[in-house]
Design a protein around this ligand. Sequence first.
Ligand code: IPE
Ligand code: IPE
Ligand code: MG
Length: 263
Amino acid sequence: MNSFSPPPPHPSGETAPAIDRSALPQHLALVMDGNGRWANERNLPRTEGHRAGERALMDVVAGAIDLGIPYVSAYAFSTENWKRSPSEVAFLMNFTGDVMARQLPTFQEWGIRVRWAGRRPRLWGSVIKRLETAEEQTRDNDVITLTMCVNYGGRAEIADAAAAMARDARAGVLKPGSITEDTVQRYLDEPQLPDVDMFLRSSGEQRLSNFMLWQSAYAEMTFLDVLWPDMDRRVLWRAVQDYVDRDRRYGGAVDRSSEGEDQ
Ligand code: IPE
Ligand code: IPE
Ligand code: MG
């Protein structure tokens, strides 16, 4: 039997709104954006913004646990982020590895199962090692699944799935004529991840930046004018309350023209 502790309450004393589990997003995707601007606004180097973002991530994950959200995916480094200065890239590589090691005791305490999604080539070996150690050591945790997306790109993930399907088709283990959407899903990096219900991006930018393209086909988009280091679980809770009020139709429609008439 695993015994996990709930995260400590938010310092403000505010507690999570009671939302029926069936109404909650099952999968929350986070684009943790705005670290550099947060730092530069304070006359600090961009890297200080990344440092400040670690607390925000852990508090938002705490808030997701408080609510009962089962899957959170966090965009930590994109396949496009290699375009940044060599010093920022090196910082982000070291920092990501350090966060995984530093937060491992908390992952264990709160029952967080860590997964890594992203491409292996080019990613620093030291980062891969710490991501894989976290995956291995937290594999039996079952409070929440936190997928760290590092060297992740939505198009890369779909292209890699297509390449793997082509290899299997040539090897005779996959029939091209039988490929469906479910087949593609099975070839993704993390096939067991459910569709993204709520796609949340901080910093005011309103774009996907190549995150979870396949999984977000019907995601509800939430763009917040808050820089990532200023995020906390209370902001998440308010955003989830807005999400709950949305009408998700998935292409369907209900004709309400005769409402109120006798049937
Ligand atoms: C997001 O913050 C973190 C990463 C991309 C790693 P940014 O570094 O993009 O910060 P801004 O958007 O430039 O402010
Ligand atoms: C997306 O943010 C990537 C991560 C948060 C890791 P970026 O800051 O890299 O995206 P753009 O450049 O604004 O599209
Ligand atoms: Mg950015």
